[in-house]
Design a protein around this ligand. Structure first.
Ligand SMILES: Nc1nc2c(ncn2[C@@H]2O[C@H](COP(=O)(O)OP(=O)(O)OP(=O)(O)O)[C@@H](O)[C@H]2O)c(=O)[nH]1
Ligand SMILES: [Mg+2]
Length: 408
């Protein structure tokens, strides 16, 4: 519970414990004992939200929880909205917006690498780097304003040039950050790998072997797979969705043709494509084109014939080359979305704020008048302020906090 009446509500259930000390209490309401619970009382401001907070650690059965929840509502409380506790913590200045997002990511983290990134962000790593950039921008703005104010007096002549030079340097640093951003976003959202190739090349056999699950039907008949069959796995700490697809060929069968259309579409949205050939068949143009466009070539069935084209040689049947393929995939996935030492931008929202700041810094350097340069510096500061929520509209806050799956 959080809010001004949390203490009063708590008093309605049991004797209030001493601040920040766990106490065992019988909870009772309307003359009925509801549960025996561990009760904690956190008076403001030293609490998660910054308001008065109380915690009840109940026996978790649904009837116990329902009875206590009903009693709390009868005493004047209401259920929290998704993310409402964290939203209040943000509004009371306990945390900034990037830390709030880190907490949401921490709750959702599926892999250890995701957890590490989220812990760092929830701990304020991104906010700290942001503060350093904001400070530098503020100094630049102060220098530019001094230059405008005292232009006629004896301000050193090179002030203007040094502001421009520093603006360019800052622009370069923000650009480098945006270049790194896709890693943070990929680690958060996961990576899509599509398996494409000619019918019968062994794509379905490969997805089964890589995931260790029997997800797709395998048969000697060409054109077995029609739908896109997806399976989740973790590579290098990054969540990966692997998609098996219909064999690529021109087909008169309308169902198979639709499968091929879906396969191509899956390939377009994938971060990485495995282009599978069969060593005992002639390489087909469809798959060759994928390799020319950057797909990773895999030649399967090397137990049947020597591979006639370059690519990772594997045999799903004998297991040959599968370990090398997995190692290679892990390296690629780590490069696309692996965890980095530094705090990175993890959301499109962060990237948008940075891109806007970069555009403003470019305008600073092109400004025909010192006043316009100052205005663009101010715009860059505002754009950066959006990252931590210093400058933000309700709608952005609504979006960030509605992502929480639970009250927290
Ligand atoms: N000898 C040998 N046969 C293989 C190998 N991998 C798969 N096969 C066989 O090749 C046939 C086709 O395998 P699938 O995995 O169904 O091939 P696919 O690429 O998914 O085929 P479509 O779904 O029709 O596009 C099956 O009979 C498999 O048992 C391999 O490494 N060596
Ligand atoms: Mg198949």
């Amino acid at each position: 519970m959080s809010g001004g009446i949390a203490g009063k509500v708590l008093d309605g259930l049991c004797r209030r414990p001493r601040a920040r000390q766990a106490a065992l209490r019988w909870l009772a309401h309307d003359g009925e004992v509801l549960d025996q619970a561990i009760v904690l009382w956190f008076p403001a401001p030293a609490s998660y939200t910054g308001e008065d907070c109380a915690e009840l650690h109940l026996h978790g059965g649904p009837a116990v929880v329902a009875a206590v929840a009903d009693a709390l509502v009868a005493l004047g409380a209401r259920p929290a909205e998704p993310g409402e506790f964290t939203r209040r913590a943000f509004l009371y200045g306990k945390i900034d917006l990037t830390a709030a997002e880190g907490i949401a990511d921490l709750i959702e983290a599926e892999t250890q690498a995701q957890r590490r990134q989220a812990v760092r962000q929830a701990g304020g790593a991104l906010a700290a780097r942001h503060a350093a950039w904001s400070n530098r921008l503020t100094t630049l703005l102060a220098r530019q304003e001094a230059f405008i104010e005292f232009e006629d007096e004896d301000i050193p002549a090179d002030v203007q040039q040094s502001v421009m030079r520093d603006a360019r340097e800052l622009q370069g640093e923000l650009e480098a950050e945006v270049d790194q951003a896709s890693r943070g976003e990929k680690l958060r959202d996961g990576i899509r790998i599509a398996i494409l190739g000619a019918p019968n090349a062994g794509k379905s056999s490969l997805i089964n072997a890589l995931t260790g699950q029997d997800v797709a039907i395998v048969s000697p008949q060409a054109g077995t797979t029609r739908d896109v069959v997806s399976a989740r796995m973790v590579l290098a700490g990054v969540p990966v969705t692997l998609a098996d697809t219909a064999g690529l060929r021109t087909s008169g069968d309308i169902i198979e043709a639709e499968g091929v259309r879906r396969a191509t579409q899956e390939g377009r949205s994938a971060d990485l494509i495995l282009a599978v050939f069969a060593a005992d068949a002639l390489p087909d143009v469809w798959t060759q084109e994928l390799v020319e466009a950057g797909a990773m070539a895999v030649v399967n069935k090397v137990d049947l014939a020597r591979p006639s084209l370059p690519g990772l040689a594997v045999s799903v049947r004998t297991g040959e080359g599968l370990l090398a393929l997995r190692t290679c995939l892990e390296a690629k996935v780590a490069a696309l979305g692996g965890v980095t030492q530094a705090a990175t931008l993890t959301r499109p929202r962060h990237r948008a704020a940075f891109c806007e700041a970069i555009e403003s810094l470019k305008r600073v350097q092109l400004a025909p008048l010192p006043e316009l340069a100052a205005e663009s510096l101010r715009a860059a500061l505002r754009a950066l302020g959006r990252l931590t929520g210093a400058v933000d509209s309700e709608s952005v806050l609504d979006r960030v906090f509605s992502e929480f799956c639970i009250g927290k």
